[in-house]
Design a protein around this ligand. Structure first.
Ligand SMILES: CCC1=C(C)/C(=C/C2=NC(=C\c3[nH]c(/C=C4\NC(=O)[C@H](C)[C@H]4CC)c(C)c3CCC(=O)O)/C(CCC(=O)O)=C2C)NC1=O
Length: 169
């Protein structure tokens, strides 16, 4: 599992280079955004349950067939599993925000996920929509907490959506 710093060092070490100007610029940008990243993680931590609940309710309002007979989130067990999955995406997004790197998402979340979802008939499109809705909620809450650069918050959600959508082809 890597963060922005260890990824950068790994790349430079593999070619035996000192940290050049480009590396220094990237390090500076990561450290400059550090306080905002930590604050964003704190906002997510303090509101996680509410964020998941709000996002799920918005998703099921948009796509009510998911929780109707025949829908993948129909039955109490599958409904709860769906919310648990959303909680996973939120928690790992918070790690990736702090790390400034998506490596943790590849390693812990996305690896093998498509196969699992396909074999269980979990629909990817609505899952991606659920992640997008969480992104919007988190972005608004983080902005309300005074963080201007909400891009650092959106990144991991966008990455998960992209990866999930791509492997769905
Ligand atoms: C931390 C990394 C990690 C992830 C991401 C993860 C996902 C994950 N979601 C699963 C199931 C599931 N996932 C969903 C999710 C949904 N169904 C819908 O219609 C909605 C679109 C969506 C919620 C937004 C459902 C309903 C199941 C249960 C499917 C079944 O058992 O039939 C399963 C199968 C095993 C289980 O039931 O626990 C896995 C492994 N597990 C992990 O360890």
């Amino acid at each position: 599992m890597r963060d922005a710093v260890t990824t950068l060092i790994k790349n430079y070490d593999s070619t035996g280079r000192y940290l050049d100007r480009d590396a220094v610029d990237r390090l500076r940008s990561y450290f400059n955004s550090g306080a905002a990243r930590v604050k964003a993680a704190a906002v997510i931590n303090a509101n996680a349950a509410a964020i998941v609940k709000e996002a799920a309710s918005a998703l099921f309002t948009e796509q009510p067939e998911l929780i109707q007979p025949g829908g993948n989130a129909y039955t109490t067990r599958r409904y709860a599993t769906c919310l648990r999955d959303m909680d996973y995406y939120l928690r790992y997004a918070s790690y990736a925000i702090v790390a400034g790197d998506v490596d943790v998402l590849n390693e812990r979340v996305l690896e093998g996920l498509r196969e699992t979802y396909n074999s269980l008939g979990v629909p990817i499109g609505p899952t991606v929509r659920g992640i997008q809705i969480m992104k919007e909620i988190v972005r608004d809450r983080v902005a309300a907490a005074g963080i201007e650069d909400t891009g650092i918050v959106e990144q991991p959600f966008d990455y998960m959506c992209r990866q999930l959508s791509e492997v769905n082809i």
